[in-house]
Design a protein around this ligand. Structure first.
Ligand code: GAP
Length: 452
């Protein structure tokens, strides 16, 4: 449920900025758009890749106890029976007979009980037009092969986790990992959400970054606490403000069918959306492995050689949305500022430098006296190390503003002194301070700043 916030609502401005500057476009826009599906433009795809890379580096590359995986989206249909998604991944749906709109039955805007005369449609305001609630499965169905019959039904995965469970022994045996260890992957997931919305917050096609950590039963509570803390630290490391982050513990009613315990990492998106889940940390016990063992008839037990015993490991899962994280860093970074001594203010995306789509803008102060040539040389040289943007059009102040608005942390300007002394100015997006540095040292210097 939304928990309104005192933080300002910047969503509308952000949607407009994202379109104007090439972060995010509505899917199939020229046809009127596809419902709650979004395309990432040139800057958006860089931002999301950077987020995914940070996650992959911290979860897999920097550790010896987690292995990567890229499982297919389409899986054997029995996977979803075993996982409980065919029977349990449902939302209660109600329709309005008058305006044809659909709502979740627990939508707080509905007055009265759906299916009774006192119920009022939150969209058209009519009374007695809402149907009784019926269960609606959120999985997208399609057919495998040329015959469209019930035997050919397959699902687009609603979570990436199941690809990990069915590969548990493949990965464990091929890598010789010992419990406790994890398997992680990044990939698309699909949910036929009844009420998607709030830009890329809730969509029907999205990307998850999930990790399943397999532990000995009895150690799961300790590992659960460990992963809660690790994941919160990761969100902090992205630059999300401490005041906008918190944990939310799931009540019994909120727990998913597979979870023994769950905490959400929530971020304050501002306005009426307020604090909302960006990541779930779940103690899934042995629910999934034991279900797959039963449904497949194949043993999925781990053999603990030193202890000479076999058991089904418990799983602590961390599951974060790449799109929702992208939205969080955009909301977190968006600000409008007045600039001392200037009539025009500036819009800034205060993105952490490591995830900013462009790391440096490179400008010649004027288009003459060898400045464009030197600026081009600098941009070409830096481009092999990081994404840079060369810009020589318009006043220098305008060029700075254009980069501020897309979150570029540094702007390099080539001026008269650059030609004679071989130095350039480096302007910091946040402090607006400019330092003069040796042009030959730029790559090294920016590299250091980006790592810090
Ligand atoms: N495997 C566990 C799982 O899928 P979840 O809490 O349903 O757990 C995990 O989803 C994360 O996936 C959420 O915290 C959110 O970031 C993202 N997510 C889920 N549904 C989404 C949707 N419809 N649109 C965008 N992101 C979504």
């Amino acid at each position: 449920m939304p928990s309104p916030s005192s933080t300002p609502d910047v969503m509308e401005k952000l949607v407009s900025l994202c379109k104007r500057r090439g972060f995010i476009f509505q899917s199939s826009e020229i046809y009127g758009g596809a419902g709650s599906v979004w395309d990432y433009g040139p800057l958006g795809v860089e931002l999301k890749r950077n987020i995914k890379e940070r996650w992959w580096n911290s979860m897999i590359r920097a550790r010896s106890d987690i292995e990567g995986l890229d499982a297919a989206i389409l899986m054997h249909p029995k996977v979803w029976e075993a996982s409980g998604h065919v029977s349990g991944f449902v939302d209660p749906l109600v329709d309005c007979r008058n305006c044809k709109k659909r709502f979740r039955a627990d939508d707080p805007r509905i007055k009265g009980t759906p299916g009774t005369p006192d119920a009022q449609c939150p969209a058209c305001g009519m009374k007695a037009t809402l149907s009784a609630a019926r269960q609606f499965n959120l999985m997208f169905k399609t057919f495998m092969g040329p015959v469209e019959d019930s035997a050919a039904v397959v699902y687009l995965r609603p979570e990436t986790a199941q690809g990990i469970y069915v590969n548990f022994l493949n990965v464990q045996q091929s890598t010789r990992q010992k419990v406790p260890f994890g398997i992680a992957q990044i990939g698309k997931a699909f949910r036929n959400e009844i009420t998607p919305g709030n830009f890329i917050f809730r969509t029907r096609e999205f990307e998850q970054m999930e990790m399943q950590f397999f532990v000995e039963p009895g150690t799961d509570v300790t590992w659960f606490e460990y992963w809660k803390a690790q994941r919160m630290d990761w969100h902090r490391s992205l630059g999300l403000a401490e005041s906008r982050l918190r944990f939310h513990e799931h009540t019994k009613e909120e727990l998913a069918h597979y979870a023994r315990a769950a905490f959400d990492v929530q971020f304050d998106f501002g306005g009426t959306l307020g604090f909302q889940e960006i990541e779930g940390v779940h103690n899934r016990g042995d629910f999934d492995l034991s279900q797959h063992q039963t449904f497949s008839g194949k043993k999925l037990e781990y053999f603990d050689q030193p202890a000479n015993k076999r058991y089904l490991p418990f799983v602590v899962e961390t599951s974060v949305g790449a799109d929702r994280t992208a939205l969080a860093v955009l909301v977190n970074g968006y600000r409008e500022e007045t600039v001392e001594g200037e009539s025009e203010g500036r819009t800034v995306l205060g993105l952490h430098p490591s995830i900013a789509p462009i790391k440096a803008g490179v400008f010649p102060l004027v288009k003459k006296d060898g400045m464009p040539e030197m600026a081009h040389r600098i941009a070409d040289d830096l481009r092999s190390r990081m994404p840079v943007f060369y810009d020589d059009s318009g006043a220098i102040g305008r060029r700075y503003r254009r980069q501020d608005e897309v979150g570029t942390p540094f702007c390099i300007t080539v001026d008269g002194e650059s030609i004679t002394a071989g130095t350039v100015t480096v302007r910091d997006r946040d402090t607006l301070r400019q330092e003069r540095v040796d042009a030959a040292r730029l790559g090294e210097l920016l590299g250091e700043k980006l790592r810090s």
